[in-house]
Design a protein around this ligand. Structure first.
Ligand code: F6R
Length: 610
């Protein structure tokens, strides 16, 4: 959570930093701040609200004109409510810092610092880190010794950018368990939570490792370990273009990203298919692992966890291997039973989600083989998992995950086919047929689904004025109900629940009235009649029903006020177009309600706190 950036070079620091903060707003946007060298000292400006509010304040202050070195921050509050005072940077006239992460031992450190005579103005853990660095700097007189000492004392996670007033031509950075890159330009350098913040200026960057420090001037970057020993990491080059990270003419990133789903699925599947069979040799994922796994456990959060549920249905039905799906934040409390024969798959778009990372580390410590399905290249989960399969979805900027989910489930289907073939559950001809359908047909099916957007929007308008809503389904449709419900509530703020259709009558049906519309998902032909019975039950209690089903479903129009169809497709992969329908439905409901679709309240794209 939180985005940090910093700049040193010939350009106006405030301008470059603001641009970076806008690109990082997906990480948090309840307040923002900036510090830069000005008139022989460090000037600081902060503002509650989005980066635009800081921008206005800064303009009134003259944009720190002439400053060529500074740091900036966009915040997602953990310690202390969003306010001007709690916004970063924090520090004093000698040092200012911006921080992403959590200082777990901030209370004893704060008490120690108060004893040493420090005052605190904010409620944040970051101010404690700032003053700790200041204390150690006062003692040693050396910025690197001060940063190393702070790293030894702080328990928790952090990516921190630092300005020392005594070093106006340098930027400093330290990191543990939170992402931080050093962008390398010509005569200018950067720090940032991720490469999207600096893509306009450079595609070249170093990834800072845990317990490492960086000293950055306009013309040099030095990276070292906590003992000040120089390190020489490989210079990486981002493959994402700026255009890919921008809206490309769409009103919101969310709708742009939904429209990117067909090509994202193609890009993700293509490199893993050889002779029209799944082939993960590029990832060095050994066949033996897939053949001999005694169980599979998906661990993830939110939408990524819902992708795991679709994976469970696919693997259990095709491979007959037991699959569990665990909410990452609950994983450790369930005292997991794992052995080296168990495969644990961590699904994460960002690759930085703290709960998923903690679950990955626990699974590894228990001896399980861990596989990451991750979108962001070089992210922590990608680096720490025993193996990683990247989803090539490109940058996902909208907080609500859409294309990442679609590529996650597509990739899991491909993995399922490989596993089923290796274990002898299906023949090579069957595996080839499944692969061909997935790869050749599904991108087109998504395009056809997107082509029905006008119908989906018309349906959305009929439901946009309700304050509560239920999604119901059976089997995979139930798992998609969970995802449709999450998508709707997070961006439209409509209270929504997902329920297994058959479970409704065991209590919850008491909530069904004419004020409680129901979205019924019934794409599985085998379960259709049962779903129709459930629809009749809720209609009899006054609920208005939107039915989402396959084309040609019997009497669909007679059973519900409103019907949407997924295009004809192989039922095994029906979750793919159904997801797109539900994403477009949520999008148009939220748009009709005038919501801030790409940046819903209280949320952040990358959740790096537990
Ligand atoms: C919902 C959403 C979240 C994420 C979750 C996990 O639209 O985006 O529920 O899916 O926070 O994030 P990643 O995939 O980055 O680990």
């Amino acid at each position: 959570m939180c985005g940090i950036t910093g700049y040193i070079g010939r350009n106006e620091a405030a301008e470059v930093i603001l641009e970076g903060l806008h690109a990082l707003e997906y990480r948090g946007y309840d307040s923002a701040g900036i510090a830069a060298f000005e008139n022989g000292g460090i000037s600081v400006l902060k503002s509650v609200g989005k980066v635009a509010a800081l921008e206005e304040k800064l303009a009134a202050h003259g944009n720190f004109a002439g400053a060529h070195c500074g740091i900036g921050h966009t915040r997602w509050a953990t310690h202390g409510a969003p306010s001007d005072i709690n916004s970063h940077p924090h520090g004093n006239e000698r040092i200012q810092i911006v921080h992403n992460g959590i200082i777990e031992n901030y209370a004893p450190l704060r008490a120690m610092l108060i004893e040493k005579g420090y005052d605190f103005v904010s409620e944040t853990d970051t101010e404690v880190a700032a003053k700790l660095i200041d204390l150690r700097y006062g003692e040693s007189g050396d910025p690197l010794d001060a940063l190393a000492a702070a790293m030894r004392e702080i328990v928790g996670s952090y990516a921190i950018g630092v300005l020392f007033a005594d070093y106006p031509d340098k930027l400093f950075a330290i990191k543990k368990d939170n992402p931080l890159i050093v962008g390398v330009g010509e005569g200018e350098n950067f720090i940032a939570s991720d490469i999207a913040a600096v893509l306009r200026h450079t595609k070249n960057y170093y990834q800072l490792g845990d317990l490492e420090m960086a000293v950055i001037s306009a013309s040099s970057v030095q990276i070292m370990d906590i003992d000040k020993r120089p390190l020489h990491p490989e210079l990486q080059t981002a493959t994402w273009s700026i255009e890919a990270a921008e809206r490309g003419g769409y009103p919101h990133f969310m709708i742009k990203e939904i429209n990117e789903e067909p090509s994202a699925v193609e890009k993700t599947l293509h490199p893993r298919i050889a002779g029209m069979l799944p082939d993960f040799s590029g990832e060095k994922l050994s066949d033996e692992r897939l053949r001999s796994a005694k169980s599979v456990t998906f661990v993830a959060c939110g939408t990524a966890m819902h992708a795991g549920l679709v994976g469970k249905a696919a693997i259990e039905s095709l491979c007959r291997v037991p699959v569990k799906v665990e909410i990452a934040s609950e994983f450790r409390y369930n005292n997991p039973i794992l052995t080296p024969d168990d495969l644990v798959i961590i699904i994460s778009q960002s690759g930085e989600t703290a709960d998923s990372l903690a679950a990955l580390r626990l699974a590894k410590s228990l001896g399980a083989y861990t596989l990451g399905i991750v979108n962001v290249i070089g992210s922590t989960i990608a680096r720490e998992a025993d193996n990683v399969i990247y989803t090539w979805a490109g940058p996902e900027i909208s907080v609500a995950s859409t294309k990442a989910y679609t590529v996650q489930i597509s990739l899991i289907y491909l993995l399922t086919i490989r596993m089923a073939l290796l274990r002898g559950n299906i023949s090579e001809a069957e595996a080839r047929a499944y692969t061909e359908t997935l790869y050749r047909e599904m991108p087109e099916i998504i395009r056809k689904t997107i082509a029905t957007e006008a119908d989906i929007k018309a349906a959305a308008l009929k439901f946009a004025d309700y304050e509560d809503l239920f999604f119901i389904g059976r089997g995979v449709d139930y798992y998609l109900s969970m995802e449709g419900s999450l998508k709707l509530k997070e961006i439209s703020y409509i209270h929504s629940e997902a329920y297994a259709a058959g479970e409704l009558k065991h209590g919850t049906i008491s909530l069904i009235t004419e004020q409680m519309p129901v979205v019924a998902l019934a794409t599985d032909e085998a379960l259709y009649e049962k779903m129709i019975s459930n629809i009749r039950e809720v209609k009899a209690r006054g609920a208005k029903v939107l039915l989402v089903t396959r084309e040609g479903a019997k009497d669909a129009a007679a059973e519900a006020e409103c019907v949407l169809y997924i295009p004809p497709c192989d039922p095994f992969f029906a979750a793919i177009p159904l997801a797109t329908v539900l994403q477009l439905f949520a999008y148009h409901v939220a748009a009709a309600r005038g919501c801030d679709i790409d940046k819903p309240r209280n949320l952040a794209k990358s959740v790096t706190v537990e």
